[in-house]
Design a protein around this ligand. Structure first.
Ligand code: PFF
Length: 457
């Protein structure tokens, strides 16, 4: 019997003794998982799609998608991680006894690696903007659009991307306890800055129009498409389908309630998205600026508003620090996924795994960094730049497929799941019902929609 086969046939108890020994504390795990879910997605996509697809009506829909499908899949990922005590690929093999599930695990791991490659680029932009904002470069009279185009057109983004990889690697090299400490400091800082900024911008004259755009319920805007957009975003926002929550789950104590942790993560993510919207729209509307989404929102529209605001350098600087913290805590969770894989599949030490994975991820991210307005800006394949292709393949294809794998694995394949989930009988039946019959169909529709195979006119 090979070493691998022996591992496969081990009982849960043996997995516990042979799997990873790294552990989070209870609060450390919850904060790390909140850190992973709260990210750029909450800041530059969620508020915009909410404003576009029906305000408070969409927020309600998003909340329902998150509670009904997102949280059950989140518990499923955490349960797989805790049950298998390894990287997603190893855990899936250990729990099913079938090697094929390892390949599905590798798909998620590749997804995390590729998301990280371009996510680090944008995280770098936020650091650069925090620096230039505090340095006074975003002020009255400055052409913020030209400033942004000039920045992304050069090589500075590569330098900042390198800084992000360095910081992320420096955290992750310390393992679960390093990740936990980092989040324990940064998440409270994030909350303080968020509240401070929200109070400030809600006092701006004209802020009410922004709140109205963001939250006025318009049920007539809800459609089949809004359901799929809401669900797709719930997945991205909760960091599902990419192995992050399985990887973190492997470091969770047996005694910790996954149901309670999941509620804390879902609630934290929702609240953050709500407060982010209450900063972004009042700011842009108060200065009569078209909000938009993505880079245009964070790096052009908002700086334009900050440049016109009294003490705008301070509020702008704080805003970009907020964005940087949200991005970095997500980066840490993303980089941990391939590192955990290299450690348990190839037997690498954490130092070696961190250095090699970070370096590779940096290299793969360089074309992304210079393909948005930069040296290889002209290099488009079909409709997308390198940056956009990486985002599209990871977020719109791998992510829903990764989510589908999790629902099918827990719903149909994993025999021992009842003992591992730690849910009461009633909740367990409901959970399993959703994972078996509801989530797979909806996730499949999200996949068809986000990959462009299904369109609504
Ligand atoms: N949840 C993060 C955000 O909303 O920005 C992004 C993310 C992190 C997606 C980790 C997927 C992931 F595995």
């Amino acid at each position: 019997m090979s070493k691998e086969q022996r591992q496969i046939s081990k009982s849960d108890k043996d997995i516990e003794s042979s799997g990873t020994k790294e552990r989070f504390t209870r609060s450390g795990f919850i904060l790390a998982a909140i850190g992973s879910s709260v990210g750029l997605g909450n800041m530059w996509k969620f508020p915009y799609i909410t404003g576009l697809y029906g305000g408070a009506a969409f927020f309600l829909l998003f909340t329902i998608c998150l509670l009904l499908i997102g949280l059950p899949v989140l518990i499923a990922e955490m349960t797989i991680g805790r049950g298998g005590r390894g990287s997603p690929a190893t855990s899936l093999i250990r729990l099913s006894g079938q090697r094929i599930w390892g390949s599905f695990g590798v798909l998620s791991i590749a997804g995390a690696f590729f998301i990280m490659s371009f996510y680090a680029v944008v995280a770098g932009w936020t650091l650069h903007y925090a620096v230039i904002s505090f340095g006074g470069a975003i002020r009255e009279g400055v052409d913020v659009e030209a400033t942004f185009n000039h920045f992304i057109g050069g090589f500075l983004p590569v330098l900042w991307q390198f800084v992000v990889m360095l910081v992320t690697g420096w955290i992750v090299i310390r393992g679960a306890s390093g990740i936990e400490k980092f989040n324990k400091v940064l998440i409270p800082a994030l909350v303080l800055i968020l509240l401070f900024l929200m109070v400030r911008v809600l006092m701006l004259p004209g802020a009410g129009a922004g709140v109205e755009f963001f939250l006025r319920p318009d049920f007539s805007k809800l459609s089949n498409e809004s359901v799929l957009v809401a669900l797709g975003h719930a997945f991205f926002s909760l960091s599902l389908g990419m192995g992050t929550m399985m990887t973190y789950g492997a470091y969770v104590d047996r005694e910790q309630s996954l149901g309670a942790a999941t509620l804390a993560v879902g609630g934290g993510d929702l609240l953050y998205a709500l407060l982010a919207g209450l900063i972004i729209f009042p700011t842009t509307f108060a200065y009569g600026i078209e909000p938009g989404q993505g880079p245009g929102l964070a790096f052009v529209a908002l700086p334009a508003a900050f440049s016109a605001m009294p003490l705008g350098w301070l509020f702008g600087g704080l805003f970009f620090i907020l964005l940087a913290i949200a991005a970095l805590t997500s980066c840490v969770s993303l980089l941990e996924v391939p590192i955990a894989f290299a450690i348990d599949r190839w037997g690498w030490g954490r130092n070696k795994a961190t250095v090699i994975t970070s370096a590779l991820c940096f290299l793969v991210g360089v074309p992304s960094a210079i393909s948005v307005g930069g040296a290889v800006n002209g290099l488009h394949w079909g409709p997308r730049s390198f940056f956009d292709w990486t985002d599209f393949i990871a977020s719109n294809i791998i992510l829903p497929l990764g989510g589908l794998v999790v629902t099918i694995f827990v719903g149909y394949v994993w025999k021992n799941v009842a003992q591992q989930a730690g849910l009461t009988a009633g909740w367990f039946m409901l959970w399993l019902f959703i994972l078996r019959f509801v989530a797979p169909i909806l996730i499949l529709l999200v996949f068809l929609h986000s990959s462009g195979l299904l369109s609504f006119g």
